[in-house]
Design a protein. Structure first.
Lengths: 122, 305
C-alpha cells in the first residue's frame, strides 16, 4: 500500500477505485473447523478472499473468535471434488453384509440354540 | 431449464425436509427467493448494530463495554456470514450493499428506532434478540443447507447476547427506583415494535417460502412462541407489559393481544421510521470512509510513482 497522501475516501456509491488496477479475482474458500484436538474437521462455511493468506485471517475472524476452534482448514472451493452420484454412493444393492445391522436378525435365537446344544458345559 | 419433472422432483425433495447445496440444481425462483430472504437477514444484522453501537462509549462499566463491543462485533460477523451465503446465490455483495444504502432493500423494523437510555440496550439484547432467535432457531431447519448451517452458529452466539441482555435488565430492576423506571419505560416503547417484528399473520398455504421450507414457521407461530416463553419471564420480574388485551386463552393455549399497528410496521420498514434516514446516512458515511480498505484488498497494487 502506498504511504503517500491520504487514503482515498470515496463518497457514497464510490465503488471503483480511481486509478486502481482491475479488481483482482476473488476466490471462494471453504472453511473447515476442528472443535477439539482429535475431533473431525467439520464444514463451517465459506468466504471470499483474494488469496490464501487473507482467507486464513478472515476464517480466523469468522470461525475462531470465541475459542470455538483449535484448527481451521481453509480450502479453495475449486480444489474440492464434489461427489454426489447416487450410483456410486447409494447403490441400490443389499449392503447389509457390510454393516452391524446385517448380523442382528435372529442372532439371539442362534446363540440360544448353540448354548442349548452345548448342554451347559462350561 | 426448468423442466416440469425436474421442478416437481425438487419441490418434493424440499417439502419432505430435503436439503439444497450451492452446487445443486435449483429452480431460478427458489434461488432468487433464498437470496432475497438471506439478503434481508444480512441487512438486518448489519444495521442492527447501529442502535447498540451508540451506547458503547456510555456503557456503565468496563465489563459491560466489552460485552457490548463483542455483541456488535458478533452481529457484524453474522452479516459477513449471511452476505456470503446470499452472494453465493448470484447477487454480488457490492450490489447488496448499494441497494441497502439506496433504501431499495429492507432491514428489520426494530432497527429503525432510537435507543434512549441504557435500559434500551438491555431490552434490545434480551427481548429483541429473543424474538429474533425464535425465528432463527426455526431457520436451522431451512432447506437451503448453507443458510441452515450458518444459523446454527448464529443461534449459538445469539444465546449469549440474550444472557447479556437479561443480566443488564435484572441489574437495573434490582437497582434504584429510577433505574427500574428506565426499564419499564424502555419496555413500554419497545413492546409495539416487538409485537410487529414477526410480521402480520399470513396464510401459510400461500407462502412460497414456507412451501419450499426456506423458512419453516409462519409469522403468527413465531409470535406465539415468543409470547409463550417471554411474557412470564417479563412479568416475574415485576415489569408491566403495556397491552391490556394481552392474555392466554386457557382453552386453546394461544395468546390474544391488541392488534399490532401494521401500518407503522409497513411505514418503518420502507424507510420512514424515526431513525431510518439517520442510520442509513451513517452507513453511507461509513461505507465511503472504508472504501480505501476495499480498494487496497481488491485491487492490484498501483505502480510506485
Amino acid at each position: 500500500m502506498s504511504t503517500e497522501g491520504e487514503p482515498m475516501v470515496g463518497g457514497p456509491g464510490a465503488h471503483v477505485a480511481e486509478g486502481g488496477g482491475p479488481p483482482m479475482s476473488l476466490e471462494i474458500f471453504e472453511v473447515f473447523r476442528q472443535e477439539k484436538e482429535g475431533g473431525p474437521m467439520v464444514h463451517g462455511g465459506s468466504l471470499l478472499a483474494p488469496d490464501g493468506e487473507l482467507a486464513a485471517h478472515y476464517a480466523r475472524e469468522l470461525y475462531g473468535r470465541r475459542q470455538e476452534s483449535v484448527r481451521l482448514w481453509v480450502v479453495k472451493r475449486s480444489a474440492i471434488h464434489d461427489v454426489t452420484d447416487p450410483d456410486l454412493l447409494q447403490p441400490p444393492m443389499d449392503r447389509s453384509f457390510k454393516k452391524p445391522v446385517g448380523y442382528s436378525a435372529g442372532i439371539k435365537q442362534k446363540l440360544a440354540e448353540a448354548r442349548e446344544r452345548a448342554g451347559g458345559q462350561e | 431449464m426448468n423442466d416440469p419433472a425436474r421442478l416437481q422432483a425438487f419441490n418434493r425433495h424440499v417439502a419432505s425436509g430435503g436439503k439444497v447445496e450451492p452446487g445443486d440444481w435449483m429452480p431460478e425462483e427458489y434461488r432468487r427467493a433464498v437470496g432475497k430472504f438471506v439478503e434481508m437477514h444480512a441487512n438486518s444484522e448489519l444495521m442492527g448494530v447501529l442502535p447498540e453501537r451508540e451506547w458503547i462509549l456510555r456503557a456503565p462499566t468496563l465489563r459491560r463495554k466489552l460485552a457490548l463491543t463483542a455483541k456488535v462485533q458478533d452481529e457484524v460477523g453474522h452479516a459477513q456470514l449471511l452476505y456470503r451465503v446470499a452472494e453465493d446465490l448470484g447477487k454480488p455483495r457490492e450490489a447488496m450493499l448499494a441497494d441497502l444504502l439506496a433504501g431499495k432493500t429492507k432491514f428489520h423494523n426494530v432497527f429503525h428506532y432510537p435507543t434512549r437510555s441504557w435500559a434500551d440496550v438491555g431490552i434490545i439484547a434480551w427481548l429483541v434478540d429473543a424474538a429474533a432467535i425464535v425465528a432463527q432457531q426455526a431457520l436451522r431447519e431451512s432447506s437451503y443447507a448453507p443458510y441452515a448451517r450458518t444459523m446454527k452458529k448464529i443461534c449459538w452466539e445469539e444465546s449469549v447476547h440474550i444472557l447479556h441482555g437479561r443480566d443488564v435488565v435484572l441489574t437495573l430492576v434490582n437497582g434504584t427506583a429510577r433505574q427500574r423506571a428506565l426499564v419499564q419505560d424502555a419496555l413500554d416503547r419497545w413492546w409495539g415494535p416487538l409485537m410487529q417484528m414477526h410480521g402480520p399473520p399470513t396464510d401459510p398455504a400461500k407462502d412460497r417460502d414456507l412451501a419450499w421450507r426456506i423458512k419453516t414457521k409462519d409469522n403468527e407461530t413465531l409470535r406465539q412462541e415468543f409470547l409463550n416463553v417471554y411474557v412470564p419471564r417479563i412479568r416475574e420480574i415485576g415489569l408491566e407489559i403495556p397491552d391490556p388485551e394481552l392474555g392466554k386463552d386457557p382453552e386453546t393455549g394461544r395468546w390474544h393481544y391488541t392488534e399490532p399497528d401494521w401500518r407503522e410496521l409497513y411505514a418503518v420498514v420502507t424507510g420512514h421510521g424515526p431513525k431510518s434516514a439517520e442510520r442509513l446516512a451513517f452507513r453511507q458515511l461509513n461505507y465511503g470512509e472504508t472504501q480505501w480498505v476495499r480498494d487496497t484488498v481488491l485491487h492490484e497494487p498501483r505502480a510506485a510513482a
